[in-house]
Design a binder for this molecule. Sequence first.
Ligand SMILES: *Cc1c(COP(=O)(O)O)cnc(C)c1O
Length: 376
Amino acid sequence: MTGDGTRAVRAGLPEAAAYQPPVPGPVLAAHFHLPGDPAEAPYGYGRENNPTWAALEAAVAGLESPGTPAHAAVFPSGMAATSAVLFGLLRPGDTAVLPADGYQLLPRLRERLETFGITVRTAPTAGDAQLAALDDGVRLLWIESPSNPGLDVADIRRLAAAAHAHGALVAVDNTLATPLGQRPLDLGADLSVASGTKALNGHGDVLLGYTVTRDPALADALRAWRTTTGAIVGPMEAWLAHRGIATLHLRVERQQINALAVATALRERQEVADPRYPGLPEDPAHAVAARQMRRFGCVVSFTLPDREHAERFLAALRLVDDATSFGGVRSTAERRGRWGGDPVPEGFVRLSVGVEDTADLVADVRQALDAANTPA
Ligand SMILES: *Cc1c(COP(=O)(O)O)cnc(C)c1O
């Protein structure tokens, strides 16, 4: 038996070899010495493959699918990985079902998919409402669970079984959970797709995306898309992300403790509406989350009375940066409505807990809530 921590520190590393580094450094190469037939060569040109990607891909595949062979492909951002699935696997005339409340760029991607003759249907994540959008004409179901930023949870096993009965492929955006929080392939999905920019890398210094599948043909199609469109990650970024995975287990464990403590503190407050965290026993998504998630992530969301109140809260925080993104070692929060892409109230705040001491973080959130209750 190997636990998550043990797997994380060794993920994707080569066998120990005398006088070699435990973690090979980034291989910065546009091309490799290439005698003979390129089809036989693991590495020939840097747009096709790179040993630093290969190590990171082995790490990610091992975490998303421990014990069962799987194939990962890394991309320069979560959107590049998402685009590889949606544009690389769908054809004109196909129909895809997307979440209505998923990542804020999905509606922009929808417009582009439609210009290529792909039909898109959307339905909310909560209540497995995507089930009603499935029929035999659907080629791909895209699930985002937990959804960002609303933190609704879909029953992945149930949706995947229904989609497969209609002959559709199932992809799950696993960004929020990370592979240590949820393993979509074990729950029946064909593809786990994520932004590694968030908790996977966890240090706020790299953009990254990945796809993982157990189906070699899907893996080949996604790699071919990457080679053809040229959406490749730099070796330095891939190496940094791989280095960060060694502490993924420690980070997600502390983040889960911090998130639950912050969410619990938020529930005690009169001015806070609709505090959400899938790990809170009282959360409407908790029952389904507890059946399929192994850890509940680092994002908490809630709503303050109005925009000004939320801005006062954000300005009063000392340990939590007013910044977008999530999953980093330092806590961040933002008023999500400032982007205009999410259907959320003006006072809606998405807070991502870092790995600070729990008591410090809860105290900071409490003092900022107190400060925000007094208009300047
Ligand atoms: C951030 C995010 C993405 C996009 O990832 P990038 O790395 O920013 O391109 C996709 N899905 C979810 C759920 C995200 O949070």
